[in-house]
Design a protein around this ligand. Structure first.
Ligand SMILES: [Ca+2]
Ligand SMILES: [Ca+2]
Length: 462
């Protein structure tokens, strides 16, 4: 019915996977946050802050500005001033006690909560949504459930409100609905190592007698998995230890068997999609302080001569995912220090220019702030995040260019040993790192950088 994420540093996120999200943070974060939830500085008046730090009074602009681009999700930017109005007939119908009115009913199941959490906002949201959904029952149920979660989280005892023909819940095998479910203590991890529960009562599916939760299933107590170093995992499941030195597998009857594994180069131990394991490393080439270039494999040096450099490209120009990144170094700041002032990025179908001032051009045309995030092609997206321009290709190429002249180019491990340019070949080794376009090696990093000046832009320079 809801998922709760708790962390050691005090963050708690509750999500009903549909309708309701609550984020609780400790006061140490006061004034340090940004996003739709505001900056948490105790001032209600300055909440609408955009990602760049500017303020707005337009709630739609504020909302849209914090939208993330998730490739498989289509989202509209809201209706602004043109939001549909609920006609009087519908509004009256949905305000009744059999619908949204239940939230406010003085003799209703939630009456005890009204003193603790004002039902008015929930009521308005319910009415708006129900109107838009033409009275669809599941929309009503989720609206009511949102209030139930909030009330129960605040410790209020509400009365039973679902019944067979109204918002009934279907629970997984070997479990049943309870208004005040024991969803924490009746889990395998609590059986084996108790102490993780701080329960306020909440509705949900509770395992039948003799069964306990293992992940999201109710299993007979005797088939619980294992606890190893404070982590519960299911039978047959294997986990890696912190540094991937050991792989531990959970066998029936709770036995954990560990074997020494360790990662072998070019693989390293890290988390991917929340799962620890041995993976090939993502490559990162960077320009810091405007001119210090560090290659994918870790060699570093300062770029000292102005010009447009080919920092990285896929060597094989016929490759299915081809790209090329050029960086212009020029001394045009106050202190006349050389720095990266612009990047020129070629993808199939898009030539993108980004300047230090965050002016963006795609295929010769400027991109306005309001157009961001901008889709340059079906697989290339441009966005601005925390003061940096971000170019992203779905094949896991990500460039982040800051106004300070700092640039990072991150590429997926699939580009291992496929790259050419000043950022190196990304083969996991610095042996033979300073290879010039003609294939010759040098030990002089200045000569190396010079050799990687972009050929089409080097007239008059050398
Ligand atoms: Ca504020
Ligand atoms: Ca290398």
């Amino acid at each position: 019915m809801k998922i709760v994420l708790r962390t050691r540093f005090g963050l708690e996120v509750t999500y009903d996977t549909w309708y309701y999200v609550a984020v609780v943070v400790p006061s140490t974060y006061e004034g340090k946050l940004g996003g739709l939830c505001g900056n948490y500085n105790g001032d209600k008046e300055d909440e609408f802050i955009l990602p760049g730090g500017n303020r707005t009074t337009n709630v739609t602009e504020f909302g849209v500005s914090w939208k993330m681009d998730v490739s498989w999700v289509q989202c509209t930017d809201g209706c602004g001033d043109k939001c549909p109005k609920c006609d009087v007939r519908k509004a009256t119908l949905y305000s009744k006690d059999e619908a949204c009115g239940l939230l406010k009913a003085a003799d209703g199941p939630f009456a005890a909560c009204a003193r603790v959490i004002d039902p008015d906002t929930f009521f308005k949201n319910c009415l708006y949504d129900l109107c838009k959904a033409n009275g669809q029952t599941d929309v009503l149920c989720y609206s009511l459930q949102a209030y139930v979660i909030a009330c129960q989280a605040a410790g209020v005892q509400i009365q039973s409100w679902r019944h067979k023909n109204f918002c009934a819940v279907s629970c997984p095998v070997n479990s049943h609905y309870e208004l005040c479910a024991d969803t924490c203590e009746a889990t395998c991890s609590e059986m084996i190592a108790p102490g993780g529960c701080n329960t306020t009562c909440s509705e949900g599916c509770q395992c039948d007698a003799g069964y306990v939760f293992s992940g999201n299933k109710c299993v007979p107590m005797k088939t619980c998995g294992c606890i190893y170093r404070g982590r519960y995992f299911q039978e047959e499941e294997a986990i890696f230890t912190q540094d991937c030195a050991e792989k531990c597998t959970c066998y029936a009857t709770g036995a954990v068997v560990c074997e020494k594994v360790g990662c072998h180069a070019p693989e390293v131990c890290h988390l991917r999609n929340g799962v620890r394991g041995c993976y090939r490393k993502e490559g990162v080439c960077s320009v810091k302080e405007g001119q210090r270039l560090t290659t994918f494999d870790g060699a570093a040096g300062d770029v000292r001569a102005p010009g447009i450099y080919e920092v990285t490209t896929v060597c094989n120009q016929r490759s299915a995912v081809w790209f090329r990144v050029l960086v212009e170094f020029r001394a045009c700041n106050d202190h006349r220090k050389l720095g990266a002032v612009a990047i020129y990025v070629y993808f199939k179908g898009a030539f993108i220019t980004v300047t230090k001032e965050k002016v963006i051009w795609v295929n010769g045309r400027p991109v306005k702030q309001a157009q961001l995030p901008f889709k340059a092609t079906s697989v290339v997206t441009i966005s601005v995040e925390a003061g940096a321009v971000i170019l992203e290709h779905s094949a896991k190429i990500r460039l982040r260019f800051r106004g300070s002249g700092d640039l990072t180019v991150a590429v997926a491990d699939t580009f291992t040993n496929q790259l050419c340019g000043a950022c190196g070949n990304f083969d996991g080794s610095t042996n033979g790192e300073l290879r010039m376009p003609d294939g010759k090696l040098t030990t002089d990093i200045q000569k190396y950088f010079q050799a990687w000046l972009a050929k089409e832009f080097r007239s008059c320079l050398i």
